[in-house]
Design a protein around this ligand. Structure first.
Ligand SMILES: [Zn+2]
Length: 160
């Protein structure tokens, strides 16, 4: 899969880093992403240094730094779908592909074209995941998973 947001000079470290709140393994994020997504108030506390994203669904921490600083969902300018209940979560932050519109599309047309739409936008050079998506990476893989989830939920509802 093409990672539209990977810059060639990106530094990927193999260091294990765990969320100080929930112990989940963090995923390193670019500082550009953290700074773009923090609220004005939270950004005033920001110190440069390695930051990671906590993927824990029940943990309110979104970013944590090596020095122990944490930023929670209220410190981030957009809802973080990984920490929201399923159903209407925005998966693609650049072009607003969300579970509610995916489900509506499946009900109305029998399928969801979100993956192809996102692919087309990526090909057209429009995606801005590094400053819009709190995870800081291309959403395409997650959009594919979300469409599969929504389509299987909708088809099982029809069978009922
Ligand atoms: Zn956590």
């Amino acid at each position: 899969m093409a990672d539209c947001c990977d810059s060639p000079n990106r530094v990927v470290t193999g260091a294990q880093n765990t969320c100080p709140h929930c112990g989940a393994k963090g995923a390193r994020v670019e500082l550009t992403t953290v700074k773009a997504l923090l609220t004005e108030l939270a950004l005033r506390q920001f110190e440069p240094g390695p930051h990671s994203f906590c993927p824990g669904a029940t943990c309110s921490v979104v970013y944590f730094a090596a020095d122990g600083q944490v930023y929670t969902t209220t410190d981030v300018r957009v809802p973080v779908w990984q920490k929201q209940p399923a159903g209407a979560r925005r998966i693609c932050y650049c072009f607003d592909e969300n579970e509610a519109s995916m489900a509506r599309e499946v009900v109305e047309t029998g399928r969801c074209g979100a993956v192809q739409r996102v692919r087309d936008h990526i090909a057209a050079g429009r995606c801005a995941c590094e400053v819009r998506n709190p995870r800081g990476t291309c959403c395409l893989g997650e959009v594919m998973k979300a469409v599969a989830r929504v389509e299987s939920e909708c088809s099982s509802e029809v069978e009922k």
